[in-house]
Design a protein around this ligand. Structure first.
Ligand code: DX5
Ligand code: ZN
Length: 219
């Protein structure tokens, strides 16, 4: 299995000091997870393209942009053009996920498909060859600091079986409530990329928290 990816979510950082908060995790993190919310797809509002563009210039970390927005076809390619490493949009918000994945890849980014809490995974398994990452929410999308829902790991198991059987090159990423006491079960279910906000930025030493999470995810 490839080495696990740990992606700190800046949703749990101090938004008034974003560049500094990124520096704190820069040497330890694999990707930087950036949650874009529009107050329509989810009932919360974060940052958009201008802030992400400025932040991209402030660090060399690969950006894992998680778009929790309606109409991702209108916005997602701009994040790829801006230099995001991976751009993930929600299956629930897009009627032609494969077409948008193609556009993202053509713009030089990896393409990610996100599945929210109440969405079954089965209808999307056949689309996975068009994607580089599959983000399976382990909470309901919208807010940090929620409790991990272990039942949602059934979707990770189903995706892992499908990915292995088809020899697909795809990261299975989990997002929501990932911490020292939950990451091992997510890894055992087959996830190999891990988003954590509170567990990293809420720690006294965020870089050390990342190393600890990565060790727990190795198996
Ligand atoms: C919530 C976001 C998550 C959030 C996770 O919808 O997608 O990335 O930052 O926060 P924690 O790790 O605190 O659950
Ligand atoms: Zn996220």
């Amino acid at each position: 299995a490839p080495a696990p990816i740990v992606a700190p979510s800046i949703l749990a950082a101090d938004f008034a000091r974003l560049a500094d908060e990124v520096k704190v995790v820069e040497s330890a993190a694999d990707w930087l997870h950036v949650d874009v919310m529009d107050n329509h797809f989810v009932p919360n509002l974060t940052i958009g393209l201008p802030v992400v563009q400025s932040l991209l210039a402030a660090t060399s970390l690969p950006f894992d942009v998680h778009l929790m927005i309606e109409d991702p076809r209108r916005w997602a390619p701009a994040y790829a053009d801006a230099g995001a490493y991976n751009v993930t949009f929600h299956a629930e918000a897009c009627d032609d996920p494969v077409a948008l994945a193609k556009d993202l890849r053509a713009a030089g980014a990896k393409a990610g498909l996100a599945i929210d809490r109440d969405t079954p995974i089965e209808p999307y398994l056949e689309l996975l060859p068009s994607f580089d990452t599959l983000l399976i929410m382990t909470i309901k999308a919208g807010f940090g600091g929620q409790r991990f829902i272990p039942e949602l790991l059934d979707k990770v198991r189903a995706a892992r079986r499908h990915v292995d059987a088809g020899h697909l090159e795809l990261r299975i990423e989990v997002d929501g409530g990932i911490a020292a006491d939950t990451i091992e079960q997510a890894a055992a279910a087959g996830a190999d990329a891990f988003v954590a906000g509170t567990a990293i930025y809420g720690a006294a030493d965020p870089a050390e928290a990342i190393d600890k999470l990565r060790r727990l995810a190795e198996r």
